[in-house]
Write a protein that binds this ligand. Structure first.
Ligand code: HMG
Ligand code: MG
Length: 304
């Protein structure tokens, strides 16, 4: 592909792959743990610099990821540097027992989703995260923080930018190194993305600390990623093959497909380090495991 640069965009981005976690957490048929391990290994081999492997949440809340410890054992030493979701101290203890080095907490910008996803109110979530992050940092772990429902909430409607900035900055103040802004239900549009990134900048949290996490429910994910690039964001969450969703927000469908993002970045001449052919082959294989075609346009175009 011939690359055509657009002046002013970043030279290089980091793709934070969430396929094994966000991609699979919504699947009702349990994927064998050996297939999950192969998925992770193939994504790492395809050049994805960060692969979020699984979640140490309550196993009855997300049965698909109840095999988290088994998966990390299968991945061995290589798995220790892969981030995992951890909501609370119990999840942290499970991660520490396995010698993991990177965790991600996940907060909500809205009261209703905090209740539905964490069984806690908006304020109460901070009391759960505070000792979790403090103990993780004391143990030398790196902590990422997500904020969900940054652009809209299925129960509360539009979510004020100030509310998102308030929750996000409080999570960072607990000790998170990076904040990932989640469009959990995919309702965001490019102008809203720019406004949110600017508002975080005004609150003292620059693009070097932010990541964007788009779901593609309304077909806006790639346009939103482009808007975020224009705002200077250099870390993007994406899911191989466009798998994804949240079991506690039914209107959440697939994430931004990693292949679609890689195709656009390559065309823009932006470095990403990912081998697209290896990635497409991985997603096509996983589509076979799941028994249905990949939702990614680029996978459908290139898989054979
Ligand atoms: P709870 O029931 O309130 O937990 O769940 P609790 O603290 O009251 O504890 C009750 C029991 O659960 C205790 O056991 C705990 O030990 C156990 P008992 O003493 O009764 O025998 N327990 C655990 N066991 C294993 N691992 C744990 C754990 N925690 C407690 N970590 C909790 C609260 C947060 C645990 C629950 O609500 C939960 O697991 N929620 C997770 C929901 C989830 O995973 N959602 C999807 C991920 S978020 C997402 O997808 C959005 C994102 O992609 C960004 C975006 O798109 O916006 C990140
Ligand atoms: Mg998500």
């Amino acid at each position: 592909m011939t690359a055509y640069d657009v002046p002013g965009l970043p030279d290089r981005v980091t793709i934070y792959e969430v396929g094994p976690r966000d991609g699979l957490q919504n699947e009702s048929a349990i994927v064998p743990v050996e297939a999950k391990a192969e998925f992770v290994r193939r994504l790492v081999a395809a050049g994805l610099p960060v692969v979020e492997a699984t979640s140490f949440v309550h196993p009855t809340w997300v049965p698909q990821l109840a095999d988290a410890a088994e998966l990390m054992a299968l991945l061995g030493e290589a798995g220790r540097d892969l981030p995992v979701l951890v909501p609370n101290e119990r999840g942290l203890d499970r991660a520490l027992e396995l010698g993991l080095r990177h965790i991600a907490i996940f907060g909500s910008a809205t009261e209703t989703f905090a209740q539905k996803n964490l069984n806690r109110g908006l304020e109460e979530q901070f009391a759960m995260f505070e000792p979790t992050v403090r103990r993780a940092r004391d143990a030398g772990l790196d902590v990422r923080a997500y904020v969900s429902m940054c652009f809209g909430d299925p129960w509360e409607g539009s979510v004020p930018v100030e509310q998102v900035v308030d929750v996000g900055t409080r999570l960072v103040d607990l000790g998170a190194s990076q904040l990932s802004l989640g469009d959990t239900i995919g309702v965001g549009t490019p102008g809203h993305v720019k406004r949110l990134v600017a508002a975080f900048g005004e609150a003292g949290l620059g693009v070097d600390r932010l990541a964007m996490h788009f779901h593609d429910t309304y077909g806006q994910a790639l346009a939103n990623a482009y808007a975020a690039l224009e705002s200077g964001v250099t870390t993007f969450d994406a899911s191989a093959g466009g798998l994804g969703g949240c079991p506690y927000a039914k209107s959440a469908t697939g994430n931004l497909a990693t292949e679609d993002l890689v195709w656009m970045l390559t065309g823009l001449g932006i470095e990403h380090g990912v081998d697209l052919d290896a990635l497409v082959a991985t997603s096509a294989w996983m589509a076979g495991v799941l028994g249905r075609p990949s939702p990614s346009a680029v996978v459908r175009a290139l898989a054979h």
